[in-house]
Ligand binder design. Structure first.
Ligand SMILES: NC(=O)c1ccc[n+]([C@@H]2O[C@H](COP(=O)([O-])OP(=O)(O)OC[C@H]3O[C@@H](n4cnc5c(N)ncnc54)[C@H](OP(=O)(O)O)[C@@H]3O)[C@@H](O)[C@H]2O)c1
Length: 439
């Protein structure tokens, strides 16, 4: 039984600083929660002078992150540095040294999770990662514990605050993508290099982790189909609104009879769904289980203390485990690593996924175009829910057709789009977005 649990904090930036502050401020409550004192023994980062200004006297500060794994007095290594290296090596070194690990690093887990969880299983230590998905929202715990009775059917999430802020700003202010991105950067919601956020990569890292948890598979980032928000036009947001939808960047993973879908893309969400009202930098995840139906988790997906809330919750879990207050929770580590060798999961290619669709087609305002388009849809067994013509003023030669479809197979939709784009009276590429009714 440990009365004091010593932590090595790798990284003292946004999340590391928040974690340090929450541990210090809530020390008494945390002691009551887990029966042990959680004490930061050493902090590792690059700017030592800045770090000394943040931590209290008596906390060691080093630029050698690997020293945390070597130190026999450190019980838990908290990796909040980000990036793949040296984070991966540090985590593996800590595990090899018999230390538990808490990490907020979704990129690391999405790409190297199987290696890390397998090492953790062999060493008998915990790798906890609540902060890696949806920041302060306890979605990992919900899937792992609260929903454990269920056969999960699907998980969908708004899990990238930066893109959600941009989409909200585009809709509310009628701005273009570039203008909304510039606003996000000016307000500090988007980084100088926003690629991971706006191209959907960060959301794909997170939904990859949720998919593994929901369906008990190894982590498979390569199976993810990823599309960001950079090509969205303001008019598609307006049309969606007109038809009763909001456009959201969704991470989606679904169990189907033919395999597992894993995808990130902008999608039309009915305005009547709570998810449509998740605005700005907020995150939300909806999980559908066979017993419980749909449940929604909403909160701050990033920021110093919201993320620290998740990091410290993991520390409390591990401290309780070390303090003998609780049986070892079945962590992803054990389940996934045990499954990996005989894994035969079928991951569905995007062309075989099923959605309903929104399309915007620029056409010459001539007789017969609508009939040609309707024929192509029929040939590809795609049924049209709504078809309207927009922007046609007397004397104008071109117009736009907006179509909403019923459920269709993506491959058939792509074939139909190619055939439509080849028509003489169709201008430019067809804009295609998916719809998620969230039933
Ligand atoms: N920010 C969020 O809201 C948020 C939310 C959820 C998850 N996360 C994840 O949490 C992790 C940390 O994010 P963050 O926003 O806190 O990052 P950050 O503010 O950039 O802080 C990174 C920290 O790690 C240190 N560091 C980086 N590389 C290092 C190296 N090679 N050697 C030693 N120290 C190194 C930095 O030291 P110096 O400052 O001294 O250079 C800094 O203290 C990432 O995996 C991120 O994806 C972040």
């Amino acid at each position: 039984m440990k009365e004091v649990i010593r932590l090595g904090l790798a990284g003292l930036g946004t999340v590391g600083g928040g974690t340090y502050a929450v541990l210090k401020r809530n020390a008494r409550d945390l002691l009551a929660a887990c029966g042990a004192e959680l004490v930061v023994k050493t902090v590792a980062c690059r700017n030592l002078e800045r770090a000394r200004g943040v931590v209290d006297e008596g906390v060691e500060v080093t630029s050698d992150v690997h020293a945390l794994a070597r130190d026999p007095d450190i019980d838990i290594v908290v990796e909040v540095m980000g990036g793949i290296e040296p984070a991966r090596t540090l985590v593996l070194e800590a595990i090899a040294a018999g230390k538990h690990v808490v990490t907020a690093n979704k990129a690391l887990l999405a790409l190297h999770g199987n290696e890390i969880f397998d090492a953790a299983r062999r060493s008998g230590v915990v790798v906890a990662f609540e902060a890696a998905v949806a920041g302060g929202i306890p979605i990992i715990k919900a899937l792992r514990e609260g929903l454990a009775a269920n056969r999960i059917e699907w998980v969908m999430g708004i899990i990238n605050g930066t893109s959600n802020f941009i989409l909200t700003t585009m809709r509310e202010k009628g701005l273009s993508f570039d203008e909304a991105l510039a606003q996000a950067q000016a307000l500090g919601y988007a980084e100088a290099d926003p690629t991971f956020d706006i191209e959907g990569i960060d959301a794909a890292h997170k939904i990859t982790i949720l998919s593994a948890l929901a369906f008990h598979t190894p982590v498979n980032f390569k199976a993810a189909s990823v599309e960001g928000i950079t090509k969205l036009a303001a008019e598609d947001i307006e049309y969606a609104e007109e038809f009763g939808y909001r456009i959201k960047l969704l991470g989606i993973t679904k169990r189907t009879a033919r395999g597992i879908e894993l995808r990130v893309h902008p999608a039309l969400v009915p305005k009547r769904r709570l998810m449509a009202s998740v605005e700005g930098v907020m995150n939300a995840v909806v999980v559908k289980g066979d017993a419980v139906g749909t449940t929604l988790y909403h909160g701050r997906g990033a920021g110093a203390e919201p993320t620290a809330s998740a990091v410290v919750a993991d520390l409390v879990d591990i401290a309780r485990l070390m303090h003998g207050r609780r049986a070892n929770p079945t962590y992803l580590a054990e389940r996934m690593a045990a499954l990996a060798p005989q894994d035969n999961t079928v991951w569905l290619p995007m062309d075989e996924t099923v959605s309903s669709y929104y399309m915007r087609i620029g056409v010459a305002d001539k007789p017969g175009v609508l009939a040609d388009i309707a024929r192509i849809f029929a040939d590809n067994a795609i049924s049209i829910e709504t078809m309207v013509q927009r922007g046609s003023e007397p004397g104008e030669e071109s117009t736009e057709i907006v179509i909403l479809t019923h459920s269709a197979v993506e491959g058939a939709v792509r074939r139909a789009i190619a055939a439509i784009e080849a028509l003489d009276n169709v201008h430019g590429p067809v804009v295609m977005l998916r719809k998620e009714e969230m039933n």
